[in-house]
Design a protein around this ligand. Structure first.
Ligand code: PLP
Length: 373
């Protein structure tokens, strides 16, 4: 007889606190389809909350590549890449990614999250210092904590603050930021940040999860990570950098060494996505044009990326507007604490290549109506 009394009581207590704080989250069964379409509870919806910016996740070419790779290589990698031997698709993908980033070498990880929590602790540890933007993604914060280095956080995009924190920092300095901020859609001042890091002999590592394939910027960072799970429409993460660093990560990044490699169908679909990105640059252009058109319609400042945050403030109001939009046929999830700071609950609206102009106008109409009520 197992005694689960204290375990379930613990969970129930935590759930009650989450509910009281309005932070209890649930999963909603949803079928995603091509061109930003989705189906939930039997209703067709247009999704404006995907990171599938180029609408590649349901693209027939990626699907065909995945099916073929499954036939040829099977669906599981069997073990860590260091144990079973490395399938050919990993290397092909890494070569393509390094070339795309203009960096010497690349290592593909199981996900962007795994790339960050493996790479950061492989670079710095106890006695070193990490200086990071306050709005860096949760997995950069997690990687920083895992490293054991001292963590200093600068106000979002405030380089004077960053520099002040670098002054007396012990050990090696590692600076972390995003290229395109995931919840705000604004950009990091990469050139200035690169120069600052140069002056302080700090290593700069950027997270390009929301730039990759959509908004490629000049980036002076010697270490650039990103994900294949967003614009590339597939799954996985990567880190590009100098060859010796990548070589070292292969032995030292625990989230590479101690976890199973990506399945061949996933790698093949990511490779196919890179082909489509090269062949059809207009896909990124369409997503950006949609974001710009939407902002104009709502009288918002011109967007810097394909992510448009509409800050509502109150969590309950953000939830109510999101529900009203869903009623009207548009999927726009409310983002609330702890994902974003208290009092900045928002609708995070993302635009994809597969949306039509009519989709975007429809959303703008529905949103204007919801905001008035
Ligand atoms: C989504 C995201 C990640 C994690 O990537 P996954 O491949 O989904 O694990 C990392 N950083 C940022 C900024 C992200 O938005």
């Amino acid at each position: 007889m197992r005694s689960l009394g204290s375990l379930t009581r613990y969970a129930e207590g935590r759930l009650e606190r989450l509910r009281d704080a309005g932070q209890h989250r649930t999963l909603k069964p949803t079928r995603r389809m091509a061109e930003g379409r989705a189906e939930r509870a039997g209703r067709g919806l247009i999704s404006f909350c995907d990171n599938d910016y180029l609408s590649l996740s349901c693209d027939p070419r990626l699907i065909a590549a995945a099916s073929q790779a499954a036939e040829q290589f099977g669906v599981g990698a069997g073990a860590s890449r260091l144990i079973t031997g490395d399938g050919p698709l990993n290397e092909q993908l890494e070569t393509r990614l390094a070339a795309k980033k203009g960096l010497e070498a690349c290592r593909v990880f199981g996900s962007g999250y795994l790339a960050n929590i493996g790479t950061i602790p492989a670079l710095v540890g106890k006695g070193d210092t990490i200086v990071m933007d306050a709005l860096s993604h949760a997995c950069m914060h997690a990687g920083a904590r895992l490293s054991g280095a001292e963590i200093r956080i600068f106000r979002h995009n405030d380089l004077a603050h960053a520099e002040a924190l670098m002054g007396d920092a012990p050990g090696q300095l590692l600076v972390l930021t995003e290229t395109v901020f995931s919840m705000d859609g604004d950009l990091a001042p990469l050139a200035d940040l690169g120069a600052l890091c140069e002056r302080h002999d700090a290593w700069l590592m950027t997270d390009d999860a929301h730039g990759f394939g959509v908004l490629e910027q000049d980036n002076p960072a010697p270490l650039q990570m990103g994900t294949l799970s967003k614009a590339a429409g597939a799954y996985g993460g990567y880190v590009c950098g100098p060859a010796p660093v990548i070589d070292m990560l292969t032995s030292r990044a625990r989230s590479l060494v101690y976890t199973t490699g990506l399945p061949a169908p996933v790698l093949a679909s990511a490779l196919s996505a890179l082909d489509v990105m090269d062949a059809e640059p207009e896909r990124a252009g369409r997503a950006k044009a949609h974001a710009a058109h939407f902002c104009k319609r709502l009288g918002l400042p011109a967007p810097e990326s394909v992510i448009v945050p509409l800050i509502i403030g109150e969590e309950a109001r953000a939830m109510a507007i999101s529900a009203e939009l869903e009623e009207a046929g548009y999927l726009v999830t409310a983002i609330r604490p702890p994902t974003v700071p208290q009092g900045t609950s928002r609708l995070r609206i993302t635009f994809c290549a597969g949306h039509s102009q009519a989709d975007v106008d429809g959303l703008a109409d529905a949103l204007q109506k919801a905001l008035r009520s």
